[in-house]
Design a protein around this ligand. Structure first.
Ligand code: R5P
Length: 327
């Protein structure tokens, strides 16, 4: 790949601009609009013939987009590029939509992430870059190169600064069994103690999370809970409540994908959590307006820019994962 261009979808152009700036590039000019009936429209305002494109699209309900609008806009950007004779098309999806719908949990359900990835492949995408997949096996659905980046080096660097001077005051907490291995890895990297917090779901209502009201071993500790994503906030707010009731001195949360659906930002504001570290794989300005200083943003732009730079030069990405991107 000799030269390349960066294209931004409409959900998070600020992130795309930040990435382009780090790579000394300008975003390719694209017209993006919504018709009165809700259909989306795109047009490249510059030629893309024989160009390698990195199309960056994030997924969130912001800027007049629904999550599904963002998906269709991405598809239109790929289709138009293909029809205008672009060469390689890499899609950069800092958060992969529908990634949690990766199996048939009940009969007669779709596997929604399979629909998304097979559509991208059918449209002619030659490579996908994403961050902290819900499940690493998801890559198997797409038969072209798939670069699964991890945010843990960014989160580890931030937590290292926070904890360096008083390691014994902190305790890492895994919010459920699914995050146990990752939490153990963070504990090793940060040289901190850890514990796993039990979580179960009500049989009558699966969105109702059950936690023990009290646990031992957290008294007077500054607890740090790390999760791959916050959606409704149920997982982390219930965890924080248990820790608070058990005598924790402070509760800090770090996550990669800060979706914060519905009123989650307000509920975090009112929760016992003192600081919420979020990697900005999707826009955070609306959450920032509610959470103020409680929300601390970890910029993902350097990670993505480095990956694009290495891919464009044909360099290995291995040192960015260090074998930790296979979960
Ligand atoms: C669960 O498997 C994930 O790692 C997250 O803990 C979960 O998706 C977060 O969702 P919510 O914020 O709605 O509890």
């Amino acid at each position: 790949m000799a030269d390349f261009n960066i294209v931004s979808g409409g959900v998070y152009p600020k992130l795309a601009s930040g990435i382009a700036k780090k790579l000394n590039k300008k975003l390719l000019k694209v017209e993006l609009k919504r018709f009165a009936n809700g259909e989306r429209y795109i047009r490249y305002e510059e030629p893309v013939r024989q160009k390698d494109l990195f199309i960056i699209q994030s997924f969130a309900e912001v800027n007049g987009y629904s999550l599904n609008d963002a998906i269709i806009e991405l598809c239109l950007l790929i289709d138009a590029a293909k029809r205008a004779s672009a060469r390689e098309i890499t899609v950069v999806l800092p958060i992969l939509p529908y990634a949690r719908q990766d199996r048939k949990a009940r009969n007669r359900e779709p596997i929604s992430i399979s629909v998304i990835l097979r559509t991208l492949e059918m449209l002619g995408v030659s490579r996908i870059i994403t961050i902290d997949l819900h499940s690493a096996q998801t890559q198997a659905i797409f038969s072209q190169p798939f670069d699964h980046l991890i945010a843990s080096p960014l989160i580890t660097a931030t937590l290292q600064k926070l904890t360096a001077n008083d390691k014994s005051a902190y305790l890492l907490v895994s919010p459920d069994a699914g995050r146990a291995k990752e939490t153990e890895q963070y504990a090793e990297d940060l040289d901190l103690e850890y514990l796993h917090l039990p979580k179960s779901r009500s049989r009558e209502n699966s969105s109702h999370i059950k936690r023990p009201s009290n646990i031992t071993g957290v008294q007077n500790k500054k607890c740090i809970i790390i999760d791959d994503m916050i959606d409704t906030g149920g997982t982390l707010i219930t965890a924080a409540t248990t820790l608070k009731n058990s005598g924790a001195k402070d509760i800090i949360v770090a996550t990669t994908h800060g979706i914060l659906s519905n009123d989650a930002a307000t509920r975090f504001k009112e929760s016992p959590i003192s600081s919420l570290y979020i990697v900005d794989t999707l826009p955070q300005h609306e959450h920032q307006a509610i959470l103020g200083k409680k929300l601390k943003i970890i910029s993902v732009a350097p990670l993505i820019a480095e990956a694009i730079d290495r891919i464009s030069k044909g360099d290995s990405l291995d040192f960015m994962f260090k074998g930790k991107n296979n979960r």
